[in-house]
Design a binder for this molecule. Structure first.
Ligand SMILES: Cc1cc2nc3c(=O)[nH]c(=O)nc-3n(C[C@H](O)[C@H](O)[C@H](O)COP(=O)(O)OP(=O)(O)OC[C@H]3O[C@@H](n4cnc5c(N)ncnc54)[C@H](O)[C@@H]3O)c2cc1C
Length: 406
């Protein structure tokens, strides 16, 4: 079976759905190929910051997400060694780019569904895994695991950290940061009673956070540097939960946070290794070549310390749809279509390169400092740096990806 399509997007995660919806809003059809049999929402929830709400508003789904999730008012940072409040940052303060800040802890399933529901039926083809890419006179020939073949005029890789498309473009393999993450989700049918605050516990070799999504659901994460001593903790959900609780109990983490972890469900991946693409390699990487480009984690995998991987994937989707949509919509008289497509993807790459470099590098630095248990770093962090780091999180979200119109 061989089919021909104009725009093929690989991956129905945040980047792929945002790009497809942005193109749809501009009147351009795309086909999204997703290897899973349905939307993949593993990891329960994620912080969606101001910059991502800008993108969601442009895509027409911001208000739907707002209605389903609480707006977080404060970020409270507590060094685990003392349990005291080192910093409390107002999360609603005015940003430079885009009015007051807005941060919510959003359920991944609801976010993916909100994007998917706005796409025309048949846009996403599930159980469709790309296994190879070949070039045939400019057209990209995609071989799928089920044996079918699709010829694409434009190929957009939104296929996550192990991207086949990024590999084809020659991007550097993501590096292991030496850290892992566990995530959990506690459901309270009668309400959890937590304030709308983002609690962060840092230091002592880990970095942990807890955030309410709505009145009934609380999400938490825990990142640490695995060692010989904790070998086997990822053998079962019960072992992993015991490990996280033992670390937090040894530090001065409030009892209600421990109780939430105790009653929670664990993510399907118990210990996710945290990987990132070197910012140095991104500075010169082929983000786009000819009629092929990458977005989301396929472009800028980063450690989760800013909570910006998914947010910036939404930014990518809007920018890509703006650049590419215009190139495909221009009448034929305005230059050759393939040249317009190449120019559009070059423009997309130019816009996204330095934003990606800054996010990946800042996330790595924030994670390193916040998690460190070195005496010198802990001293500097707990006395001088915790406010700088907390404000950096808010500042990275003060970014405007623009609209779908050029
Ligand atoms: C512990 C942790 C916490 C995080 N917290 C946050 C946070 O608070 N805020 C935030 O913004 N981000 C956060 N992130 C990052 C965020 O999860 C990712 O950046 C985001 O999900 C990337 O979206 P994506 O669409 O690029 O990739 P993915 O979500 O990985 O989607 C890629 C899709 O492509 C499909 N696919 C892969 N290969 C193929 C193929 N060959 N053929 C067809 N389909 C394919 C996959 O099945 C998948 O559906 C966190 C990450 C981690 C690990």
């Amino acid at each position: 079976m061989e089919a021909a399509e104009d725009v093929v997007i690989v991956g129905a995660g945040l980047a792929g759905l945002a790009a497809a919806l942005g193109l749809h809003r501009k009147g351009v059809r795309s086909l999204v190929l997703e290897s899973s049999p349905s939307l993949r929402a593993s990891g329960f929830a994620l912080t969606i910051w101001n910059n991502a709400f800008r993108a969601l508003d442009v895509l027409g789904v911001g208000d739907k997400i707002r209605k389903q999730h609480l707006q977080l008012q404060k970020l409270r940072v507590m060094p685990s060694a003392t349990g005291e409040i080192a910093q409390e940052v107002d999360l609603t303060q005015q940003g430079k780019q885009r009015g007051p800040n807005e941060i919510r802890c959003v359920r991944r399933d609801l976010l993916l569904q909100a994007l998917e529901e706005e796409l025309p039926r048949g846009t996403i083809r599930y159980s469709s895994r790309i296994v190879s890419i070949q070039d045939d006179g400019g057209v990209k020939v995609l071989q799928l695991a089920d044996g079918s073949v699709i010829r694409a005029k434009v190929l957009v890789g939104c296929d996550g950290i192990n991207s086949v498309v990024a590999k084809w473009l020659g991007l550097a393999t993501p590096s292991y940061s030496g850290r892992s993450a566990a995530r959990g989700f506690a459901h309270y049918p009668d309400g959890h009673g937590f304030d709308p605050k983002f609690l962060q516990f840092i230091g002592n070799g880990f970095r942990s956070g807890m955030l309410p999504c709505n009145d009934n659901d609380v999400y938490w994460f825990f990142t640490w540097t695995p060692s010989e001593n904790d070998k086997g903790v990822d053998e079962s959900a019960a072992k992993m939960k015991r490990f996280v609780l033992s670390k937090l109990r040894g530090s001065k983490v409030p009892a209600e946070a421990l109780a939430a972890i105790d009653r929670s469900e664990m993510s399907d991946v118990l210990a996710a290794p945290l990987r990132f693409r070197s910012p140095l390699s991104l500075a010169t990487a082929s983000i786009a070549r000819g009629n092929v480009c990458v977005a989301g984690d396929a472009l800028h995998p980063m450690t989760p310390d800013l909570g910006q991987g998914g947010c910036s994937a939404l930014e990518d989707g809007v920018v890509l749809a703006r650049c590419l949509g215009d190139a495909l919509l221009l009448p034929d008289g305005k230059g050759k279509e393939e040249e317009r497509i190449e120019a559009a993807l070059r423009e997309y790459a130019w816009i996204r390169r330095w934003r990606s470099v800054e996010l990946v590098a800042t996330a790595y630095a924030v994670g390193f400092i916040q998690q460190s248990d070195s005496a010198v770093v802990s001293f500097l962090r707990d006395r001088f740096l915790s406010g700088v780091l907390a404000r950096r999180l808010v500042r990275m979200a003060d970014y405007d990806c623009g609209t779908l119109a050029n």
